[in-house]
Design a protein around this ligand. Structure first.
Ligand SMILES: *Cc1c(COP(=O)(O)O)cnc(C)c1O
Length: 418
């Protein structure tokens, strides 16, 4: 059948099973709340979440009404000034935090910098920041930047050796909860406990967790967290990120980007800096209102669906996708944990020509992504994907591999953003 396979799976048993699962899916109707191009199978919602249909109208209102008509009055009248806290409060229930422990601000990278530096100051006499090799680059680069300033020492240990590497020099353990490349999940409770036992603080990067699986920061006793607004939260390209600080640290926390918006009284215009109480001191400059407005629509929608239901569906989607691959006879090396409880909302596969395979899939309207050097990464954003998409994507992957069409010249050339 490979090679002569039809362009569509209509009538094939795998698709019929998928359609039955879609018919029984309690989240099926939410797909219509997103704007997705006809015929496209989007398996990259873990890189840039899809556009909620409500976002353009909300942005038009903020631009035309609040900005165009309200002008500067909208800082108060439309509560622009309260947006970082308000949206932080909406992200809080997704990550096991109290509303006043989360703020939407800056990028994930900048929030990492603020919180790593804050942790160093809370653990005087210790300067090691422990992470794992292969963590998301920006996490490691932000530590390296502080190291170049003479403020930190980067220490790396493989995931099974992290507990051993926690000694009296470690100020902070910084890990990404769901690994961006493999989807492997860390045991947040156990690692947080191990770090605390060693006298260190813990900062979790939730970029691939928030909105995809339940996270219990306070239940695990986490100190700090950061995460991304444009992945599963569907806040749009470059959406503001979020930061979490456990309430018990709110008084002691000092971060180095002491901009005026984090001041206790920004509009008193005094010469001396005094940090605002609580999470407000995490702010630096003027909040990006348009980006926050789009993020709020995404966070509201993800909250409405509910993270427990999203997680259940993402697991069902990824397990069904694997079953489809088996049924189509596709044998690919899995780079993600095979057991669903040990991974987030994605499946990654190893292939020596993963880049070209990914490009060939994109040419067929199946958007996944490539992660160097050899990973084909498929994200299963549960808010808008169907089981039928799984069946079709698996069939396309089977055909791309069976026909060898990925070997075509046009699939070999790399562009700047992959
Ligand atoms: C996507 C991602 C980021 C993104 O950081 P930005 O500052 O928004 O570019 C950070 N950390 C992880 C783990 C990510 O997956």
């Amino acid at each position: 059948m490979p090679g002569s396979a039809a362009r569509s799976c209509a009538g094939c048993p795998v698709l019929e099973r998928a359609q039955a699962l879609d018919a029984a899916d309690p989240l099926a109707a939410y797909r219509d709340r997103f704007s997705l191009p006809e015929g496209l199978i989007y398996l990259d919602g873990n890189s840039l979440g899809a556009l909620p249909k409500a976002t353009p109208a909300r942005l038009a209102e903020v631009v035309g009404g609040e900005w165009g008509e309200g002008l500067i009055r909208s800082w108060n009248d439309a509560d622009w000034i309260g947006m970082p806290q308000r949206i932080g409060g909406k992200i809080a229930p997704l990550i096991g935090a109290q509303p006043h422990e989360v703020i939407a601000a800056d990028s994930t990278s900048v929030n990492l910098f603020k919180l790593i530096a804050a942790a160093l100051q809370m653990r005087t006499g210790r300067d090691a920041i422990l992470s794992e090799p292969g963590n998301f680059p920006t996490d490691l680069y932000m530590i390296a930047g502080l190291e170049a300033q003479g403020l930190a020492t980067l220490r790396l240990a493989h995931r099974e050796k992290l507990a051993e590497a926690l000694d009296g020099d470690v100020a902070l353990l910084l890990l990404t909860h769901v690994h961006y490349k493999t989807g492997a999940l860390h045991d947040m409770a156990a690692l947080t406990r191990a770090a605390h036992d060693a006298g260190a603080l813990v900062l979790w990067d939730l970029s691939h967790s928030a909105g995809a699986l339940p996270v219990d920061l306070n239940g695990c006793g986490a100190d700090f967290a950061v995460g991304c607004g444009y992945k599963y939260l569907c806040g749009g390209p470059g959406a503001p990120a979020f930061a979490f600080v456990a309430e018990r640290h709110h008084v002691a926390l000092a971060q180095p980007l002491t901009g005026w918006m984090g001041h206790a009284a920004p509009f008193a215009f005094t010469d001396d800096y005094a940090p605002a109480p609580g999470m407000d001191r995490l702010l630096c400059g003027t909040p990006p209102i348009l980006g926050l407005a789009a993020l709020e629509v995404g966070a509201d929608l993800i909250n409405e669906i509910g993270v427990a239901r999203l997680y259940a569906k993402s697991q069902a989607l990824s397990e069904f996708f694997r079953k489809c691959l088996r049924d189509f006879g596709v044998a690919l090396d899995i780079a993600s944990p095979a057991h669903q409880a040990q991974r987030g909302s994605q499946l990654s596969f190893r292939h020596a020509n993963a880049y070209a395979v990914c490009q060939a899939l994109i040419a067929r309207g199946v958007i996944g992504d490539f992660r160097a050097p050899d990973i084909l990464r498929l994200g299963f954003a549960p808010a808008y994907l169907r089981f039928a998409d799984m069946a079709e994507a698996a069939r396309h992957l089977m055909q791309v591999l069976a026909t060898g069409e990925w070997q075509a010249e046009r699939f070999q050339t790399r562009s700047a953003v992959t």
